[in-house]
Design a protein around this ligand. Structure first.
Ligand code: C2O
Ligand code: CU
Length: 557
């Protein structure tokens, strides 16, 4: 195992896209930001120099950071923002992950432009559980906002006054809209391939607010990994990917040499969101070497790329995912559960969102078990470690007090209204936990929610549409080869059941990875207690953590 050092310099940088100049916070002046490449078992130090205008933090999405939440990154959960003009050193410890992950800012919606790939190669001397590809490429899917540098201002205003949240004006593949957008033709991303060769795509959904479909015209895709764990090979003409998720995908360049579109399309329940075709689609070009006419336009995946509100295509893909569960990469799903939780996901009206009903008596929001998360001003981790009272309470409910027809019309109306709270769930060390996440139709808000857990990967042992049935659904669980992930979408008007062993002591954020929902409060924190020995206890803080007194937070100005 080796140790790597990176310097991330964050500053507002001028970049041009679609014939318009923008001033945006970038890392090392690049968009997407720099790639971290390691082998499994390596240790990385990233010195983050904040030369931007506001406080910011960075999160290593999907890296478990064993016993070390101090370097996990979500603001007000494990640290306060790094003030402008200062730096903070993150320690990123790669222990069990293998494949593709990513890093991103975890302050407001700064991650729109502050993100990059993490490539974790097998330990030296070991190989992938699939034939070595002839080449590989990172495919970073991103979103773009007309607000540019003012994105977080607009977000803050929306949260304050209940005005509409910012909407992205387009999607991107490796930082480019593609040639469907008039002014982006020359900068369209190209991937070059040779006939007969096989390629690994490391696909990262870094968009702020949407799930996406992805396809390459005439080429089948084989999923071999998700969230830095191997999957049973899944052949599919298209992919569904949630914000936060990564997919490792193999394809063979076995079609008539020519040019083919790679395309990604947003999907949504609300077709009113969609103003025009270009707004929901991004393209890149897969280009074969050889002699053929470049005049004919590339083929588009008309047949394979699902339509923008094709929920069943989204479910069909995600329901097929399985873990590899091989001898070298066995499944480790817990069989004897010691704690069960049932957590509803819903849209709400939020009462007195800023604890002052005269400013706005209610705004729109969202919640888990009707608790709408409120960021404290001292981070939860510090409060837990130093026993500071008044920052959070440990009363996040395990179960809603009653069982309703969550997905029907008679769901609990009383739950249309939620309060802002900072309620966390405390777990004992080594508990075997099962959580059922149930989407609800409260406030007509049914939609897919990619739930992401920090500090852990979890097994998705069950999923279904409609209400979770506690009698029959557990009998259908996949305890043989469930996928092991850090983010997984709860289907619209449906549920998923997940399992993990609480063996990583610390303070860990859990939230929907659609930032609108996260900012509206679809979040909570799990604190996993120490196990009693040094190896089962949380580490102490590094000698320096950014201060909480004056955090330069744009939404707290
Ligand atoms: Cu990818 Cu809490 O985030
Ligand atoms: Cu959500």
């Amino acid at each position: 195992a080796s140790v790597h050092y990176y310097d991330f310099v964050l500053r507002e940088t001028n970049i041009t896209r679609n014939c318009t100049s923008w001033r945006l916070l970038l890392v090392n002046d690049s968009f997407p930001g720099p790639t971290i490449e390691v082998h499994k078992g390596d240790l990385v130090f990233v010195n983050v120099h904040n030369q931007g205008d506001y406080g910011v933090t960075i999160h290593w999405h999907g890296v478990k950071q064993p016993r070390n939440p101090w370097s996990d990154g979500p603001e007000y959960i494990t640290q306060c923002p790094i003030p402008p003009g200062t730096n903070f050193m993150y320690e990123v410890n790669f222990t069990t992950e293998e494949g593709t992950l990513w890093w991103h800012a975890h302050s407001e919606w700064t991650r729109a432009t502050v993100h990059g790939a993490i490539v974790i190669l097998p330990k030296e001397g070991t190989t992938h559980p699939f034939p070595k590809p002839d080449g590989e490429e990172i495919i970073m899917l991103g979103s773009w906002y007309s607000e540019g540098d003012d994105l977080n201002d607009d977000l803050a205003e929306s949260l304050d006054e209940g005005t509409a949240m910012p909407e992205s004006i387009g999607y991107m593949i490796n930082g480019e809209f593609g040639d469907f957008v008039a002014c982006s033709q020359d900068s369209t991303y190209h991937m070059y391939v040779e006939y007969g060769k096989t390629y690994l795509l490391r696909i990262i959904n870094a968009v702020v607010g949407a799930e996406l479909f992805f396809a390459i015209a005439d080429h089948n895709l084989t999923v071999v990994g998700m969230d830095a764990a191997y999957t049973r090979p899944l052949v599919s003409p298209y992919l569904t990917t949630s914000p936060g998720s990564t997919l490792d995908v193999i394809f063979t360049a076995n079609q008539t040499p020519g040019r083919y579109y790679m395309a990604t399309r947003r999907y949504t329940s609300q077709d009113t969101d969609v103003t025009d075709f270009n707004h929901v689609i991004a393209t890149a070009i897969l280009e074969y070497s050889g002699n053929y006419s470049l005049d004919t336009s590339p083929k588009f995946p008309n047949r394979s790329l699902p339509g923008y509100y094709d929920y069943s295509a989204a479910d069909t893909f995600t329901f097929k995912l399985r873990g590899l569960a091989s001898k070298e990469h066995p499944s480790d799903v817990p069989l004897n559960i010691t704690r069960r939780m049932f957590i509803t996901l819903s849209m709400n009206e939020i009462l007195c969102p800023h604890h002052d009903c005269t400013v706005a008596p209610t705004t729109v929001g969202s919640s888990l078990n009707n608790q709408s998360w409120d960021d404290p001003s001292t981070d939860v981790l510090q409060a837990y470690y130093k026993n500071i009272s008044g920052v959070y309470t440990a009363d996040f409910p395990d179960f809603p007090p009653f069982v309703y027809n969550w997905t029907g019309v008679d769901n609990p109306d009383a739950w249309g209204v939620a309060n802002k709270v900072t309620r966390v769930k405390i777990l004992e060390y080594n508990e075997s936990v099962e959580v059922v996440f149930q989407d609800t139709g409260i406030m007509q808000g049914a939609q897919r929610h990619p739930m992401h857990m920090h500090g852990y990967a979890f097994y998705v042992v069950g999923h279904g549409l409609g209400n979770f049935d506690n009698e029959t659904d557990p009998l259908e669980y996949n305890l043989l080869d469930p996928p092991l992930v850090n983010t997984f979408s709860v289907p619209r008007d449906g549920w998923i059941a997940i399992r993990f062993v609480a063996n990583n002591p610390g303070v860990w954020f859990w939230h929907c990875h659609i930032d609108k929902h996260m900012s509206w409060g679809m979040d909570t924190v799990f604190i996993v207690k120490d196990g009693g020995t040094e190896e089962t206890s949380m580490r102490g803080p590094p000698s320096y953590m950014p201060p909480c007194e004056d955090s330069y937070d744009i939404t707290r100005k």
